[in-house]
Write a protein of this length. Structure first.
Length: 551
């Protein structure tokens, strides 16, 4: 909530001045400087670390007590200064996130109340030498602010809504940068919500119950939470200049691009009473509406195949996550969440494609639900800024491939060609070698298996011969498939049991062509999806080249 960031502005400036005075004293004395290094080593310990080392009776609680005592003394001044700052800075943010059901969303009353926040932990974060000082402050606030929103709906109804029963626990990151010789020894303070552990509040219409107006309560609450997530949550940071100067280098800047291929999902929980769910996926790194991506809806599917590509801006690969939410599309009604998952970007190796299966859960913060909600398959590629300049030709072995779908550079004149102007065309040679441990489908405990090969985009189909009464068949059949757009096509292999009166599907293997394009020649074993047992042994070979479309 924006008013929380306002609280931090006032508190930050006060702590910053205290810190500046201490730092200014330190640089005047070499002896104090050496002592400060020792102190800093201890300061890096978190509250939890110190509690592990020292018994409870020796824990130096006087540090936090001292901070909280002085914050309580200055709180009336913080309230007065921050309230107006919150009003002027937060109202534009609320307007930006305002849902379509509302015509306007402004403050009519705003004070932070008489209860000051409490610091419950403090630690120093390592940073580059000379870059500044970064500290994390754990803060808890069960305040009694007086906050009233003046809300106007599209139908002209005015609603004075109170925000009550606020409870907040989180970790704020403060960065004092750059360090200078002039008092208070730093040029600006940056603050950000590093971790939101808990945020509770209730909405109440003055003189009534907001729940009596359908959709309004949820819309307002969603607006407030969206505003928090994207405007003050790390790596987003707010900059408060202390000394005159240019601090644009402290602002949030993109450091790279994450390319995501949403491949498929399997075993999704069914949310429909009649038929099956109609799943679609929302993906985002930051929950800014303009940056959230949505897949197409797959009707009546619990094992959908999307094969869709998305691109996201990355600002801090060390702390950001890719979030995936799978919904059941209910048409005109609100979509129902099937499950969600997160993947930390720090787990990616720059320039290397990573294939992952993510298990869906009900809630990312409180994972107490053991119900199976399905899995989602993704291909992820993180490309830092500048890495794409190393690409000369997609198929030269002496160069590192960084992105199949980013900027490619032609060898002829060195001109840049955008990814939308490039297709990868070639021949995919697939040898269906054998299968192992297929489940029995016949009365005699055997099967009559064969394999159907399909390209999803072109819909080309191929079929192996039928082998009778085997559970470990060997085909050794090769199919050469012409592929017109390998970056956006998929190979699907379905194993069937042949029967006189029809066929029965045993299982399937679905794969993108990314790996075979990267490696050129692969032989591997692939487990069958939607089967009790079984796997396919395949040999795949790629021969092709990029084709540049006419602009």
């Amino acid at each position: 909530m924006g008013f929380i960031s306002g609280v931090v502005v006032g508190v930050t400036v006060g702590i910053g001045l205290i810190f500046g005075f201490a730092y200014y004293s330190k640089i005047r004395s070499k002896r104090r400087s050496e002592l400060a290094k020792t102190v800093a080593a201890f300061a890096r310990m978190t509250v939890e670390d110190s509690r592990k080392i020292l018994p409870g009776e020796f824990y130096p609680s006087w540090v936090l007590t001292w901070l909280n005592t002085h914050l309580k003394k200055i709180w009336p001044y913080v309230d007065e200064a921050a309230s107006e700052l919150i009003r002027t800075t937060v109202e534009p943010i609320l307007e930006q996130y305002r849902p379509a059901i509302l015509q306007s969303l402004t403050f009519s009353k705003l004070t932070l109340g008489t209860v000051a926040p409490q610091f419950t932990g403090v630690s120093i974060v390592d940073s580059e030498k000379g870059a500044g000082v970064t500290m994390d402050l754990e803060l808890q606030w069960d305040g009694n602010p007086k906050i009233e929103l003046d809300i106007r709906t599209r139908v002209g109804v005015g609603l004075p809504v109170q925000v009550k029963n606020i409870g907040f626990t989180g970790v704020f990151r403060l960065m004092f940068r750059p360090l200078v010789d002039e008092f208070p020894c730093f040029g600006a303070v940056c603050y950000s919500l590093k971790e939101k552990k808990n945020l509770d509040f209730t909405l109440r219409v003055v003189g009534g119950d907001i729940s009596a107006i359908p959709g309004v309560s949820d819309a307002i609450e969603e607006t407030i939470r969206d505003a928090i997530e994207d405007t003050v949550t790390w790596p987003v940071r707010k900059i408060v200049p202390i000394l005159p100067g240019d601090y644009s280098d402290l602002e949030l800047k993109p450091v790279g691009v994450l390319e995501v291929k949403l491949v498929q999902a399997k075993d999704l929980a069914n949310k429909d009473v009649i038929g099956k769910s109609d799943p679609f996926v929302e993906l985002f790194i930051r929950p800014l509406r303009s940056r959230m991506k949505r897949s197409r809806t797959m009707n009546n599917q619990l094992n959908p195949i999307w094969n869709e590509n998305f691109e996201f801006v990355v600002e801090d690969v060390s702390s950001q996550h890719l979030t995936i939410r799978v919904f059941d599309d209910e048409g005109v009604q609100a979509s129902e969440l099937i499950g969600c998952a997160q993947f930390p970007l720090i787990s990616l190796e720059p320039g290397k494609v990573k294939d992952v299966w993510l298990k869906l859960v009900k809630d990312l913060e409180v994972q107490r639900d053991n119900k199976n909600r399905g899995e989602v398959q993704l291909e992820l590629l993180y490309c830092p800024n500048g890495m794409e300049s190393n690409i000369k030709n997609l198929f030269r072995n002496d160069l590192s491939l960084t992105s199949l779908e980013k900027v490619l550079q032609s060898e002829g004149d060195g001109a840049d060609v955008k990814k939308k102007d490039v297709i990868i065309r070639g021949v995919l040679s697939v040898t269906v070698i054998s299968a192992e441990d297929l489940p029995a489908t016949d009365i005699m405990g055997k099967s009559d298996p064969y394999v159907v090969l399909k390209m999803k985009k072109s819909d080309a189909k191929y079929k192996t011969r039928v082998l009778n009464d085997v559970l470990n068949p060997v085909w050794n059949q090769t199919f050469d498939i012409v592929v017109e757009d390998a970056l956006h096509d998929m190979l699907i292999l379905e194993v069937y049991d042949h029967d006189t009166f029809g066929k029965e599907k045993i299982g399937r293997v679905i794969m993108t062509l990314t790996r075979v394009i990267l490696e050129g020649d692969i032989q591997d074993t692939f487990p069958l999806d939607n089967a009790k047992s079984g796997k396919l042994n395949l040999h795949l070979k790629w021969t092709g080249q990029p084709v540049y479309r006419d602009p």
